[in-house]
Design a protein around this ligand. Structure first.
Ligand code: B1M
Length: 216
């Protein structure tokens, strides 16, 4: 039964039906599924299928946009529930988060931000298409301990390296732990450009950020 709901949810994202996705996300919750599982196995799996259809040339840009709107409709229901039980606890530190310059993909970054918040970090989300200098200035003025850079395009991943270089040039590199993520990158890339951490998904982003927090 719950497997059927997730399959229906994936299909509704694939079909680009926001209202249906919202309804199914609510149904999945009512059936007792965990919000993160619904995000990962329902919404995320669905939007990845949209990406595959786009890559095959079977879907076009409007289909990509409809898929994204459907995913966002589901996240409207689920994201507040990722925040856990709201118990007061000490902050693990502040994460400045953003998608790099030239890149408009926000969904994965937003999930990472929501899970970091839920896990005790304060998150300052600068949004998408963030110029390198804005990241640098934010690090300079905020005193935040972490900087998270998301990039979804092979044409924008080099902006992650540009931010790290700009931090070095500004004498700020030692002030922050830099965490990288995004579908086109891997740990080898993060190591090569001198990041402190890499995570392939939101749950692991939290794990890596916590490890970096306890090591500092
Ligand atoms: Co775009 N897009 N897109 N797109 N899009 C991809 C990325 C693509 C792979 C699709 C494809 O061809 N299969 C392809 C890139 C190819 C490449 O670079 N080689 C692509 C393209 C080509 C484009 C355009 C160029 C299309 C065009 O205009 N012709 C254009 C570029 C616009 C721009 O950015 N300048 C474009 C536009 C768009 C939309 C705006 C329509 C929309 C985004 C809407 C939005 O975000 N608000 C969109 C979408 C939806 C996608 C796909 C289908 C889905 C992305 C997504 O949300 N995934 C995507 C295909 C795909 O990813 N398979 C695709 C779900 C999300 C939960 O996963 O973002 O990977 P993800 O995030 C994960 C992890 O990566 C990780 O954790 C997240 C949660 O688990 N993670 C981090 C992410 N950031 C992290 C940061 C961290 C740690 C972990 O620490 C800081």
């Amino acid at each position: 039964m719950s497997i059927d709901i997730l399959a229906d949810l994936r299909a509704a994202v694939l079909d680009g039906e926001p209202a249906e996705v919202k309804q199914m996300a609510q149904r999945a919750l009512a059936a007792g599924l965990a919000p993160l599982a619904i995000v990962q196995e329902g919404l995320t799996a669905g939007i990845r299928e949209v990406g595959e259809e786009f890559q095959k040339g079977k879907y076009f840009l409007p289909d990509l946009v409809r898929g994204a709107h459907s995913m966002e409709a589901g996240l409207e229901v689920l994201e507040p529930l990722l925040a856990g039980n709201g118990e007061a606890r000490a902050s693990l530190g502040t994460v400045i988060l953003g998608t790099v310059h030239g890149d408009l993909h926000s969904i994965g970054k937003n999930i990472v931000g929501a899970l970091l918040r839920a896990s005790g970090f304060e998150v300052e989300d600068l949004g998408v298409n963030v110029p390198t200098q804005v990241f640098v200035e934010k690090v300079r003025e905020s005193g935040a301990g972490f900087l998270g850079l998301s990039a979804l395009l092979t044409t924008t991943v080099h902006q992650q390296e540009a931010v790290i270089t700009a931090l070095e040039d500004g004498g700020l590199r030692d002030r922050v732990r830099v965490l990288l993520g995004g579908a086109p990158i891997d740990k080898a890339w993060a190591d090569r450009v001198g990041a402190d951490g890499y995570a392939p998904d939101a749950a692991r982003a939290v794990r890596v950020a916590k490890e970096l927090a306890s090591a500092s």
